[in-house]
Structure formats: C-alpha cells, structure tokens
Design a protein around this ligand. Structure first.
Ligand code: PMP
Length: 400
C-alpha cells in the first residue's frame, strides 16, 4: 500500500528546487559537449595530496578529533580565518567565527535565524541561485536590486531599504560576483554600509571569490566597514568544494543561536578535516597555491574573453571581471538565453541562462560562462561553438 505523500508533505516543499531550473541532463548534448556551467577549481588544481598528508598528520596527532565536539569549529581554524580576514582589513575575533559545511550552510543558518513568512529579502539582480534556493521556501518576498559596473545601484538599494516592512536582510556578493563578475567599488562599499545602518537592514556578505583576484586585490570586505555585517567565506574555491568547509562571521548577539542552529542541523563539521585545513592554510604552500590559482584563472578568463570577442563581436557585450570564476555575457536584442540553450547544446556547448539568477526567473538575454574547469583548448573550441551557434540563432531570431 502506498502512503498519500501529497497530503503530508510540508507546504514549503513546493518551493524547493534543484540547483538550477534547467535540467542539464535533458539537453540534447552530443558526446564531447563543452560545458561552461562549472563553478569549481579544475581537477588538476585540486590539492588532493596536500590535504591527504595533512589529514594523516592530524589523525596521528589527535585521534580524538574523530569524536563529537566543537560545534562552533576547531579553534586553530577559527584563529587562522580571523588572521586572514584581518589581513584583508576586517578585525574579527575568532569567537565570532562559526565553521560551516561550506558557504551554502552559512546562508541556510542565517535564513533560519532571521526569516519568517511574509518577510522581505533584498538581493542583487542577478544573484547567486543557491541563495534563492535557500530563501524561497521561507515564503518571503525576494526583491532584486540591479547592478551596474560598480556593483549594486545605490538609489535603488535605498528605495528597497526605505519601504515598509523593512527588509530582514540584504544578501550580497560584493566581490567578483556570481554570476555577473562585478565588484562593488570602495566608495559604494561605505555607502552601502551607511544605508544598511541607517535603515536597520542586516547585510549578509557572501565572499567565495575575494582571494581569487587577477591583477590586484579587491577593496576590503564590507565586514571591514561595519562590524554588524554577517560575512560568509569558504574553502570551496581556494581549495576544493568537496571538502564542504566554510565559515560565518557574525555579531556576538547571534553566535549562540547560530551555534544552536548548527548543532540542530548537523552537530559539527568534520573535525579532522578542520585540523588538516588549518595546517594547510597557515603553511607557505597555501600562498604559493593561491598565487598559481590567480594566474591560472586570469589567463583562462582572458583567453575566453579574447576568443568571444573574435567569435561574437557586436552580438554580445560583457566586461572583464577582476577575479573570480565567471564571465557574464549579455546578448544584444530581445532574446532569452534559456530558449537558445537547447539549440546551443545540440551544437555541443552549454551555459547557465541568466533567468536562473533572478528571483522571478524572467527571461534574460544574459548567460553565465564559467571558465575555470575548462582547459585552454576547450575554452577556444567552446567559444568557437558558442559563437557559431549564437550567431546563427540570433540571425534567425531577427525580424527580416
Ligand atoms: N555563494 C556563492 C556566491 C557561490 O558562488 C557558491 C558556490 N557556487 C556558494 C555560495 C556555495 O559555496 P560552498 O561550496 O562553500 O557551499
């Protein structure tokens, strides 16, 4: 006998959705398709040996690390994180650092603490779809404030902050944004913080890419401008996403409820791994690794952008990010990148359509290209395929 699951499922389940609404497994991709959909370090840059050596050392040094303990995280790692953040201009006490299963869990814990049905949440338009995935089941009104070349547009942000009921949070990726690649300028950083303070809106700063700059470091994080900012970091992009290790820096008033919420969710993050990663990120190896990663990503980004200029010319525009993993390409004309995707997939190339990154998922002429997981040859071939397919589709779409 079957249970009647529809009767018992919580209402919020209707708002759950998979990572992207596009079901990539349903696309008509021929073998050898080049996927610009990745957002991770390339396999050859994953520090498998460094991590496994550090794990073995941590295990020998402290076998009890395999027990339950430390819901807030291993002190050595929290101190290492606070030190790095201090180097970036943010004074952080290790007691204000909570270790999480990646940045994603940090977003989830913040939502658990702050959101109730009917609340308003302000995000950037476009924004990281994983944050929308977290917020949507809370039955909140999510409003996107547009971005320009220098980050979130201030007067639009003030409009959103001013309206009643006041937003419960402003979720932002101010540095090498996912998906748009944009970085909030230093002047706007202090303005954003002042607006949030004036209207009493908590800022949730998600910063997976801040250490992965190409030519020059970005301005200090928003947390450096205001101690009330909730800052989210991760080792997913600098080391490996499979480690599931990130952190949340929060004001003292929030630490106890956050640690309680973390305990309810999963008791603790992997303690052995935290010891291993603390050793790795405080070693000279880590600086050398970051230097190499920055140079590699800068090179891949430039290669892709040059190839796209050649292939797409006047049919699209984008600006070069100063770091991070993504190129945000906007096609000219009234087209929806989601509708073009199956045809591009047939031609052996995929991307994430722009509509995924807006709360209302409206049609968008933009697409996100992730370039870090593809080698030089693939980038060139992928750009060529994409250029050829889009040129054909855009010409077809034009009224004659
Ligand atoms: N926030 C942003 C802006 C991201 O780009 C990502 C990863 N794509 C995450 C959070 C999730 O990262 P993690 O693997 O640390 O959970």
């Amino acid at each position: 006998m079957r249970l009647e699951w529809e009767r018992v499922l919580a209402k919020r389940v209707a708002a759950f959705r998979a990572c992207t609404r596009t079901d990539f497994s349903q696309l008509p991709c021929p073998p050898g398709t080049i996927h610009f959909t990745g957002g991770a370090p390339p396999v050859e840059c994953l520090p498998a040996e460094t991590i496994s050596d550090a794990l073995v050392r941590a295990w020998h040094a402290e076998p009890t690390a395999l027990w339950y303990d430390e819901t807030d995280g291993y002190e050595g790692l929290r101190v290492a994180i606070a030190d790095r953040m201090r180097q970036r201009g943010a004074r952080v006490d290790p007691g204000q650092v909570l270790i999480t299963q990646g940045a994603q869990q940090a977003i989830d814990l913040v939502a658990r603490l702050l959101l109730e049905p009917g609340d308003r949440v302000v995000v950037e338009g476009p924004t990281y779809f994983g944050a929308l995935q977290v917020f949507e089941p809370y039955d909140v009104a999510i409003e996107a404030v547009p971005l320009d070349e220098a980050g979130v547009v201030l007067d639009r942000l003030e409009d959103a902050f001013r309206r009643e009921p006041r937003p419960k949070l402003f979720y932002t990726v101010p540095t090498f944004q996912n998906p748009a690649g944009v970085t909030l300028s230093a002047e706007r950083r202090s303005a954003v913080v002042q607006l949030a303070a004036r209207y009493g809106v908590p800022i949730v700063e998600d910063d997976p890419y801040g250490e992965l700059w190409y030519e020059a470091p970005p301005p200090p994080p928003l947390r450096a401008y205001w101690e009330e900012v909730l800052f989210i970091g991760t080792f997913s992009k600098t080391l490996a996403p499979g480690l599931r290790l990130g952190w949340l820096v929060a004001p003292p008033r929030l630490m106890k409820p956050l640690i309680d919420a973390k305990e309810a969710a999963d008791i603790q993050s992997d303690r052995l791994l935290q010891r291993a990663v603390a050793a790795v990120v405080t070693s000279p190896w880590y600086e050398a690794h970051l230097r190499a990663a920055r140079a590699e990503y800068a090179e891949r980004c430039r290669l892709l952008a040059d190839a796209l200029s050649h292939e797409l010319g006047e049919l699209a525009r984008w600006s070069l990010p100063g770091g991070g993993f993504f190129l945000w390409v906007t096609l000219t004309g009234e087209v929806d990148a989601a509708t073009l995707l199956p045809r591009c997939a047939e031609a052996g190339v995929t991307y994430v359509p722009g509509s995924e990154f807006y709360p209302e998922h409206r049609p968008s002429p933009s697409l996100r290209l992730g370039f870090t997981t593809l080698g030089r040859d693939e980038l060139l071939r992928g750009a060529e395929r994409l250029g050829r397919a889009l040129r054909r589709l855009l010409t077809e779409a034009r009224p004659t």
